[in-house]
Design a protein around this ligand. Structure first.
Ligand SMILES: C[S@@+](CC[C@H](N)C(=O)[O-])C[C@H]1O[C@@H](n2cnc3c(N)ncnc32)[C@H](O)[C@@H]1O
Length: 273
């Protein structure tokens, strides 16, 4: 699709949307703390860039209530369609969707808040994107983002130790992301980037997941980056059979399994009046 950024590394598919849902479950507490801290309340009009399949949109729709509005934007038409279905199924009528690349988006009004999750790391120049977005919120409005960090804090790992092939498949996710030009330091860079616009509040979390099925989250991410690995011409693009890896891991695992995600950083400001 012409509007969708060519370096976006996660292949759009139902499996990827299932992965986003698993990821969203683990991120609910940190996301809610960010929304509360940023003062996202009933009646607010919020822009959500990079809404994906609508997992964060659900939290925003509930936070702003029937008197508020969410404008959810994404460059992927399949994600917008899935998000719109999810929001309708949940019974919300306060969300409108916009298909647009962030780089071409021009809002028709200003917002009370702009909230994004796992979005800025995919943007080539996040400082410029934030500078543009800061002009789209009213004075005293909120800019709030939750981003990950590949290198500091916890790497995505599984305990008890797993087959070498599974660990190297998980390393492969970060390798492909880096090759695609994704910012691995977005999480820790976020507070200083936001400090230009107001007093920064930040929280971090790396919520572990438990039980054998928790290995599906990182292994589904392996599946989602394989098309980008092929596009980049990587010699290991076809190395991993994700279904076989998941089946083997599920068979040999039990409730003691712990899957650690990368570190997430949530940071928010109220812009200067
Ligand atoms: C990892 S998903 C996160 C989705 C959602 N925010 C969540 O937390 O579940 C990132 C989303 O950003 C979108 N995206 C990436 N680059 C974009 C851009 N330049 N403009 C608009 N959307 C973009 C992708 O299509 C994808 O749906």
């Amino acid at each position: 699709m012409k509007n969708h950024p060519e370096n976006y590394p996660l292949h759009s598919s139902d499996k990827e949307r299932h992965r986003l849902k698993m990821q969203a479950q683990a991120l609910i507490p940190l996301s809610q703390r960010m929304l509360n801290g940023a003062g996202i309340a009933h009646g607010a009009h919020v822009l959500e860039p990079g809404c994906g399949s609508g997992e964060m949109t659900l939290l925003l729709a509930a936070a702003v209530g029937p008197s508020g509005r969410v404008t959810a934007m994404d460059s992927d038409p399949a994600q917008i369609k899935a998000a719109a279905e999810k929001i309708a199924e949940a019974g919300f009528f306060n969300v409108s969707f916009v298909l647009s690349d962030m780089n071409n988006f021009v809002p028709e009004q200003i917002f009370d808040a702009i909230v994004g999750r796992y979005f800025l790391l995919y943007i080539a120049d996040p400082e410029s994107a934030l500078a543009r977005m800061a002009r789209w919120v009213k004075p005293g409005g909120a800019l709030a983002f939750l981003e990950m960090d590949f290198y500091r804090g916890v790497r995505s790992h599984i305990w008890p130790p797993v087959a070498a092939e599974t660990n190297s498949a998980i390393e492969f996710i970060a390798d492909v992301m880096l090759d695609a030009g994704i910012n691995p330091h977005m999480g820790v860079s976020l507070p200083s980037m936001l400090a230009l616009y107001g007093e920064v509040h930040a929280e971090t979390a790396a919520p572990p997941q438990f039980g054998a099925s928790s290995i599906e989250l990182p292994l589904e991410a392996v599946r989602s980056v394989i098309p980008m690995a092929s596009k980049l011409g990587r010699s290991d693009a076809c190395r991993y059979d994700v279904d076989a890896l998941i089946a083997a891991e599920l068979q040999g695992r039990d409730h003691r399994t712990v899957t650690m995600p990368p570190l997430s950083v949530a940071a928010w400001v109220r812009t200067r009046s």
